[in-house]
Design a protein around this ligand. Sequence first.
Ligand SMILES: [Zn+2]
Length: 100
Amino acid sequence: MKRWTQQSMVVLLLCLALIAVTILSAALVLRHAGHQCIGSGCKVCDQLRHTGHLFQQFSLLETGFLIATILFIRSFLALREAVTQGRNASPVRLKVRLNH
Ligand SMILES: [Zn+2]
């Protein structure tokens, strides 16, 4: 159980870091969207373009990460329940008639 808690904390921290990077990227784009552009070769426009690409990639990554996390948690809970039921199962407890 302790190991599960540590893994949950790591997953939670990664999710929070991804969310923070996404929010900060969006804030950067919004902050500099109306900058004084010097035309071609503008460093701010290049940075905004890169940030936009990064934002799109993180959005896809976050969606995949969220789906993977949900599937992992659901499979873990199903496995834990199966192990718990299997541990308590016996022919006597299940009232199985053994005729052989
Ligand atoms: Zn510019």
